[in-house]
Design a protein around this ligand. Structure first.
Ligand code: NAG
Ligand code: NAG
Length: 424
């Protein structure tokens, strides 16, 4: 008999926690699908595409859209009339096999960030449901620190076909952010293979350091001209000595939408929306790295519009494979890591892969020192046979200090089912 009572009590406890979990889901669902952006940019004749996925998500979760517009809409869209502190906006574009990598980037962003973060995830339609599923499983004390919007990959309707034909759809999406996110003032754009090793806040604060003519910020493509790419191989103009890398890019989109850009096609300045297509037409046969090349051409002609930030904000294997050449990282450690050329997923740069793996494996709420930093340091000590592994202390220097900001479950809000599959 006693056994039955015990089982009954256990069932009741479980039921109460399940109820709490469902309640928390309803309360914390801020996701929305940007119907506004699609209205503007989806080609009306396109039968499937973006519209389908959006309405599907809407049907599945009608309350999400409501939450978004009532609780977070004004804030997320950058309106000044908001009772909550304004969010930082982080944008990423993801296609193909990049779901897990993108989620790990997002994890690193929300793990250390201080102010509220709003994510703009541009993804192929078939990935939308997986993003919602993964993000909604994160525990409440993490979920409450960010909101997000899922966007379809879209292009200005008049030239959509041409853009799609000339680039892989994902590759040039970032160029259109100022035209798609019409109501957002500024964003931090990152590639999906970025990992934040410090709060997004520190990168965001560059925006307020722009002088009146600056509207974007990026790091140089290289520090060492003798091994750099653009100055040796490019068949088009590029910014500065070695070009810029677009993997981490700050944009003041308010300024980008209103500025006139000097160019080598017409004697008059062109608006951003007028500039892209003629530029692509002129250079399409000469560009190698897609939209990054176009950005290099644009800022070649308008260098005063770009703030160049140091390489510690966009640290790539190029900065260590031939010996360490990123002075700012030598001094302060790596702030933002960029595992380009797939190094998180192969064995070519085990030091980069180790950082990726340790953030991917970290379980929210556990002690970040033992389960993230100590474990990582041990992994990195096995990589010292490689050039990047030799300078592995650069990878943990800033990270170790960022751990103080890691979100903790302070008990105000408990989500006992965090990390478990959704019931039912
Ligand atoms: C972006 O530029 C606009 C216009 O100059 C300015 O009002 C706004 O504050 C800037 N945004 C940020 C985040 O600094
Ligand atoms: C493209 O590259 C070729 C070969 O270097 C060069 O002659 C040509 O001027 C370039 N086109 C443009 C538009 O810069």
């Amino acid at each position: 008999m006693r056994r039955y009572i015990r089982a009954l009590v256990l069932c009741m406890v479980f039921a109460v926690f399940s109820g709490l979990f469902v309640y928390s889901k309803l309360f914390y669902s801020d996701v929305s699908v940007a119907s506004g952006a699609k209205r503007v940019f989806s080609p009306p004749r396109d039968p499937g595409g973006g519209q389908g996925a959006a309405s599907e998500t809407d049907h599945r979760n009608p309350q999400r859209d409501n939450r978004y517009s009532t609780r977070d809409g004004s804030d997320a869209l950058g309106s000044k009339d908001s009772r909550r502190p304004p969010s930082m906006h982080l944008a990423v574009v993801t296609c193909g096999e990049r779901l897990e990598e993108t989620l790990t980037m997002i994890k690193s962003a929300v793990l250390f960030s201080i102010k509220l973060l709003h994510l703009h995830i541009f993804a192929e339609d078939q990935l939308h449901a997986s993003f919602v599923e993964a993000l909604e499983l994160w525990p409440g004390f993490v979920r409450s620190t960010f909101t997000y919007t899922l966007h379809p990959i879209s292009f200005p309707s008049d030239n959509a076909k041409e853009w799609k034909k000339l680039f892989k759809p994902c590759a040039s999406q970032r160029l259109f952010l100022p035209l798609i996110l019409k109501d957002v003032d500024s964003v931090v754009y990152v590639d999906s293979d970025i990992l934040f090793l410090q709060p997004v806040d520190d990168l965001w604060s560059f925006l307020s350091r722009f002088d009146p003519s600056q509207l974007a910020a990026m790091a140089p493509e290289h520090e060492e001209p003798r091994i750099a790419w653009y100055n040796r191989f490019a068949m088009h103009p590029f910014y500065g000595r070695t070009g810029v890398n677009s993997g981490v890019m700050l944009m003041n989109m308010t300024r980008m939408r209103s500025a006139y850009f000097k160019n080598d096609m017409t004697p008059v300045g062109l608006l951003w929306e007028e500039l892209l297509m003629p530029l692509l037409q002129k250079y399409k046969l000469n560009i190698t790295w897609g939209d990054q090349d176009l950005l290099n051409i644009i800022f070649h002609h308008n260098p005063e519009m770009l703030l160049e930030f140091p390489c510690k904000w966009n640290y790539r294997p190029d900065h260590c494979i031939y010996g360490s050449n990123c002075a700012s990282a030598e001094e302060d450690g790596v702030y933002v890591m960029h595992g380009n050329r797939g190094v998180y997923h192969d064995q070519k740069q085990p030091a980069f892969r180790a950082v990726y793996q340790s953030i991917k494996k970290y379980v929210f709420g556990t002690d970040p020192v033992t389960s993230l930093l100590d474990a990582l340091v041990e992994e990195l000590s096995k990589t010292t046979h490689t050039y990047c592994g030799k300078s592995h202390t650069l990878l943990t220097k800033k990270l170790a200090r960022s751990l103080a900001n890691v979100k903790k479950d302070d008990g105000d809000f408990r989500n006992p089912n965090a990390g478990r599959p959704l019931p039912g």
